[in-house]
Ligand binder design. Structure first.
Ligand code: ATP
Ligand code: MG
Length: 384
């Protein structure tokens, strides 16, 4: 097991920069996930850690030792890719034993390592088969087994589950989590799937355009995103963003008028927050962010914190319904997640939606989350 530390890591291909200076400390034994959209540099950074790409600038430490110029084979890492790349003419046993045999280990030692890895991955009955006689999930387990037998200091995974169907992905996700708690080895796991990121990572680094936007636990990223990118990237459906303008700021409160609402800006939202904590001023453009599961259809007697919306289509998902709505005068949809037992409003009707005071976030015009000095975050919205 080893820690991995990145300082000012830069990568460019010829003159094209793709990683713009990444700082990240991954603790010994930690499960770290790199997540972000396609092309944001996740694989490039992982390959730099593995030694498969050169580092243009910055320092990489593995287990406290400078590793920039250490050959890949000497880094004590094992990498598992999306493509399993098993040797087709070898059995599962031979595939898993190959690296150890090549390293000149004794036959008894090789056998013990393969059998232990096979037991952990529950593939002992498959050891005599060839890869073509295995399902996708079983092949992926063999690929992980090949990595385990080497007892690496750090496991590097690059989208290892992308080729599997949805139910097998869920099953393998659970197995990889179990593997981590059993082996306690440092793992760095690349994915563009936010559900994989949320369920596997002890911490997640969210990448965007060759930079890290935020690093934190799944809980921190979901509940206290640093900016609009992170807020919009994690969560299904996406967090709702409603643009507005700060109309006044006093000692305790920021008042925001939401745009749209028939073009007259009738929805006024008041946010309790001391001005020193956010630096907002009257006239500033802001974005209010609120997740679909925190919105609800307002009861008839409920008037505070309520906005009026038009109901678009309704998705019934069995355990819940998602109602897609619009705020008059605004492009885009506002998604409202309702529990299964709630009767969703009819498509084409009007409905009143409640914004819960403690669950609304504010982002400034540059997209950064407005820091609040109070956890309580009072919102009152009314339409006149
Ligand atoms: N050998 C290369 N030469 C030039 N540019 C490259 C090379 N390899 C990758 N890139 C560029 O670097 C950027 C980051 O690529 P990378 O493969 O790290 O993305 P990723 O985050 O892993 O995306 P995905 O989710 O699609 O796998 C992309 O814009 C890509 O086009
Ligand atoms: Mg990639």
């Amino acid at each position: 097991m080893a820690s991995v530390s990145l300082k000012g890591i830069v990568k460019h291909y010829d003159k094209t920069p793709v990683i713009h200076g990444v700082d990240l400390d991954i603790a010994d034994g930690e499960f770290m996930v790199f997540v972000g959209p396609s092309g944001c540099g996740k694989s490039t950074l992982l390959r730099m850690i593995a030694g498969l790409e050169t580092i243009s600038a910055g320092t990489l430490h593995i287990g406290g030792a400078l590793a920039n110029d250490i050959a890949p084979a000497q880094r004590q890492l094992a990498m598992v890719f999306q493509s399993y790349a098993l040797y087709p003419h070898m059995t599962v046993y031979e595939n898993m034993a190959f690296a150890l045999k090549l390293a000149g280990r004794k036959p008894a030692e090789v056998q013990a390592a393969v059998e232990r890895a096979a037991a952990i991955l529950q593939i002992t009955p498959l050891l005599k088969r060839k890869p073509k006689e295995l399902s996708g999930g079983q092949r992926q387990r063999v690929a992980i087994g090949r990595a385990i037998v080497r007892k690496p200091e750090v496991f590097l995974f690059d989208e290892p589950l992308s080729n599997l169907d949805a139910s097998l992905r869920v099953q393998m996700r659970v197995e990889i989590s179990r593997l981590h708690s059993e082996l306690k080895t440092t793992m760095i796991y690349v994915t563009h799937d936010q559900v994989e990121a949320m369920t596997l990572g002890q911490r997640i680094a969210v990448f965007n355009g060759g930079r890290i936007e935020q690093v934190g636990t799944p809980h921190e990223l979901y509940n206290a995103p640093a900016n609009l990118f992170v807020a919009g990237f994690l969560g299904t459906p996406k967090m709702n963003f409603i643009p507005g303008e700060v109309t006044s700021v006093d000692e305790h409160r920021v008042t925001v008028r939401l745009h749209g609402a028939g073009g007259h800006g009738r929805h006024v939202v008041q946010v309790d927050s001391a001005p020193a904590a956010h630096g907002l001023r009257a006239g500033d453009q802001v974005t209010l962010g609120v997740r679909a599961e925190h919105l609800s259809i307002a009861a008839p007697q409920q008037h505070d914190n309520v906005i009026q919306i038009g109901v678009g289509h309704v998705e019934y998902l069995g355990d819940q319904s998602i109602v897609y709505t619009t705020l008059d005068g605004l492009p885009g949809m506002i998604a409202v997640k309702l529990p299964a037992e709630a009767v969703p409003p009819h498509a084409g009707s009007r409905a009143r939606v409640h914004l819960p005071p403690a669950r609304c976030l504010l982002f400034d015009s540059s997209g950064q989350a407005v820091r609040r000095n109070t956890v309580e975050f009072g919102v009152s919205a009314d339409f006149v």
